[in-house]
Design a binder for this molecule. Structure first.
Ligand SMILES: Cc1ncc(COP(=O)(O)O)c(C=O)c1O
Length: 330
C-alpha cells in the first residue's frame, strides 16, 4: 500500500464523500475551538486530541426544537451544569452564554424543527488521561435536521428485553457523559434480540433505565410508577411527563403517581410500560417475551403522547424557549 498525502481541498469539499450525504442532516455547528459557527458539514470537525474523543472525558445534552421553540431547554442546561459539577469539569462559559450560543447556532441553522446536541469537553491535550492537562474546556453545538414526535406513538408498540450489560455506578449514571460504551452495548444486545430497548436494573433488582431513555410503568391499580433517581439519569422527559401526567390523575385516567423502587415482577405484571425521553413516549408491549397489559399500546401512553405534543406546541414559557428571538437582525 502507498498512502497518499491529501490536500486540504480534497477533504474540505462542499459535498464530501466521507460524510455519507443524506444519512444525517447536519445544519450548523458551533465550536469554541474556532470561535464561531460553520454550516458546511465538511467543516464540522473536532480535533482528535480533544479528551472528549480519546478519553470520553466530556458531557452532552440533547434537546428538540419544535416549530421554532426549544423544548425544556432550561432543564437540559441545568442538567449540563449538574453533570459538569459531578465530574469537576469547569464550563468554558457561564450558563447564560452557553444558552445564547446554542440558540444563536439554531437560529443560524434556520430550521424550525430540529434536534440540538451540546457538548462540553475537558479540552485539547496530549492524548493523556489526566484531566488537568488540557488548558481549557471546550463547547460544541451541533444542529441536526429532524422532526420530533410527528409520527405519533408506534401503533403496534415496541418490544424490550432486560439487558445483561452491567449497570453503571449510581453517581456515574447521573452524569450525561459522552462515555456511553455501556449504553451502546445495551442497544447492541437489544438489537441482537430483535428488541427496540434493553432495560437496566440496579444491584438490588430495581428498575433503572434504558440505554438512552427513562422507563416507567402503569400498574393494574392505575398508578404511574417511576424509579428513584439514585441509579439513573434524571430524564427531562420523565420529569416533564410526570408533571403532565398530573392532568391524568385529575381526570381519573390515573389513580396516582409514585416515585419508588420497582421490581422486575411489577414490570412484568404492569398494564403499561413506557419509555420516555425529551418530548417522547414509546409504549413497550412485549417485554422479555411476555405481553405487557393487553399487548397493545395503552391509554396512558397515548394520552401522555398527546400531552407532550400540546406542551411542545403551547406549553408555558418555562418549557418553550423562542428561537426567533435569537435571529440576528441585519
Ligand atoms: C441514559 C439515559 N437515561 C435517560 C435519558 C432520558 O433523558 P431525557 O428525557 O432528558 O432525554 C437519556 C437521554 O439521553 C439517557 O441517555
Amino acid at each position: 500500500m502507498s498512502l497518499r498525502v491529501l490536500s486540504r481541498d480534497e477533504i474540505f469539499t462542499k459535498a464530501p464523500e466521507w460524510r455519507e450525504p443524506g444519512r444525517s442532516k447536519y445544519l450548523a455547528m458551533y465550536s469554541s475551538v474556532f470561535g464561531g459557527v460553520v454550516v458546511e458539514p465538511a467543516l464540522m470537525v473536532i480535533p482528535l486530541d480533544d479528551h472528549i474523543i480519546n478519553r470520553g472525558d466530556g458531557i452532552f445534552e440533547f434537546f428538540p426544537v419544535k416549530n421554532g421553540y426549544a423544548y425544556c431547554f432550561d432543564a437540559h442546561l441545568a442538567r449540563l451544569e449538574r453533570s459538569a459539577e459531578i465530574i469537576s469539569l469547569d464550563l468554558p462559559f457561564d450558563i447564560a452564554t452557553i444558552k445564547q450560543i446554542a440558540l444563536e447556532t439554531v437560529a443560524i441553522a434556520g430550521a424550525k424543527d430540529c434536534g440540538v446536541r451540546l457538548f462540553v469537553s475537558r479540552g485539547l491535550g496530549d492524548f493523556e488521561c489526566d484531566p488537568t492537562t488540557p488548558k481549557k474546556s471546550l463547547f460544541y453545538v451541533i444542529v441536526l435536521g429532524m422532526k420530533l414526535g410527528d409520527t405519533g406513538i408506534p401503533p403496534e408498540g415496541v418490544s424490550a428485553i432486560t439487558t445483561h450489560v452491567p449497570i453503571k455506578p449510581g453517581f456515574y449514571a447521573q452524569v450525561k457523559t459522552t462515555c456511553y460504551l455501556l449504553n451502546a452495548l445495551v442497544h447492541l444486545e437489544a438489537h441482537r434480540n430483535n428488541a427496540s430497548f434493553g432495560i437496566w436494573y440496579d444491584q438490588e433488582g430495581h428498575l433503572a433505565e434504558a440505554a438512552t431513555s427513562c422507563v416507567a410503568i402503569v400498574n393494574q391499580e392505575k398508578i404511574l410508577k417511576y424509579p428513584r433517581f439514585e441509579h439513573i439519569l434524571k430524564g427531562t422527559g420523565l420529569i416533564r411527563g410526570v408533571e403532565l401526567a398530573k392532568e391524568l390523575v385529575k381526570s381519573g385516567e390515573l389513580k396516582g403517581i409514585s416515585q419508588t423502587d420497582i421490581t422486575q415482577h411489577e414490570v412484568y405484571e404492569s398494564s403499561e410500560m413506557l419509555v420516555l425521553g425529551s418530548g417522547r413516549v414509546i409504549p413497550v408491549v412485549k417485554y422479555d417475551g411476555r405481553s405487557i397489559g393487553s399487548g397493545k399500546p395503552g391509554p396512558v401512553s397515548r394520552r401522555l403522547w398527546e400531552l407532550f405534543q400540546k406542551d411542545m406546541a403551547e406549553g408555558p414559557s418555562e418549557v418553550r424557549t423562542r428561537i426567533e428571538k435569537y435571529i440576528k437582525e441585519d
